[in-house]
Design a protein around this ligand. Sequence first.
Ligand SMILES: Cc1cc2nc3c(=O)[nH]c(=O)nc-3n(C[C@H](O)[C@H](O)[C@H](O)COP(=O)(O)OP(=O)(O)OC[C@H]3O[C@@H](n4cnc5c(N)ncnc54)[C@H](O)[C@@H]3O)c2cc1C
Length: 231
Amino acid sequence: MSETVLNVNAPPKDHVMVLDGQGWVGLVSMMGSETTIVNAARVSFGKFVSEISERDIILMKYLLENRHTSPLEHVVFSFIVHCPLFVRSQWHRHRTWSYNEISRRYTETDIEFYVPPMVRSQSENNRQASEDTMSKEAQNEAREMIRKANEQSLKEYEALLTKGVCREQARGVLTQNVMTTFWATVDLHNLAHFLEIRDHAGAQWEMVQYARAIKQLIKPKLPHVAEIMHW
Ligand SMILES: Cc1cc2nc3c(=O)[nH]c(=O)nc-3n(C[C@H](O)[C@H](O)[C@H](O)COP(=O)(O)OP(=O)(O)OC[C@H]3O[C@@H](n4cnc5c(N)ncnc54)[C@H](O)[C@@H]3O)c2cc1C
């Protein structure tokens, strides 16, 4: 039996970096391909192709434009995601995905914190939105405050562990900027829905970066679908 120890903060080979190199999304595995989609759609005809033709591209266009998306459910992706806790919370609202996440009950090592590469101001007319209006100087000051808060929270966490407090309670003092790593598995129908609402002007900038990274990762695997969907 062979076993490899992986660093949970290091991406797999097939990955896209995000958030100025602080986060990433990697592709662990993929089941199915574009031929799977057209073969599933043509189940009634008993026809099975192993290469995509012009006819198949027209069929995929028809399926996607008419939301006849059940054939997409036979294509499944497993990703590994390294992101701040607040991105994880938004991601995990997507109930049609399966998740497994590292547990801070098991490990107190490899703790990393996110510091936003650019700091945005609060939108005045939309409570859920932010704007790119802060001066460089104000952004640098804010970044420094965030970095210090992260550092202080790590000090408190370590002090609690030294006092013998259990990891499951001590972790409560860590900031929302703590980076976490999780596996996420989804079929293409639900992934397309995720990409539609998360690579969108209404979504948080950090979340948008992950959605775009996924598009970049899967584009070479599903080139015609990506083109039809404008990914
Ligand atoms: C810009 C933005 C802001 C948001 N703000 C908030 C917020 O402030 N607070 C908050 O709590 N959430 C917020 N969300 C999360 C949002 O409400 C959804 O929970 C999240 O986007 C997952 O979407 P979903 O349910 O469509 O996806 P999935 O959970 O992946 O579900 C996919 C689809 O399956 C169907 N489905 C899944 N589960 C059920 C079910 N139990 N019953 C019926 N149909 C189901 C639905 O058709 C659904 O669209 C926000 C999301 C976005 C994009």
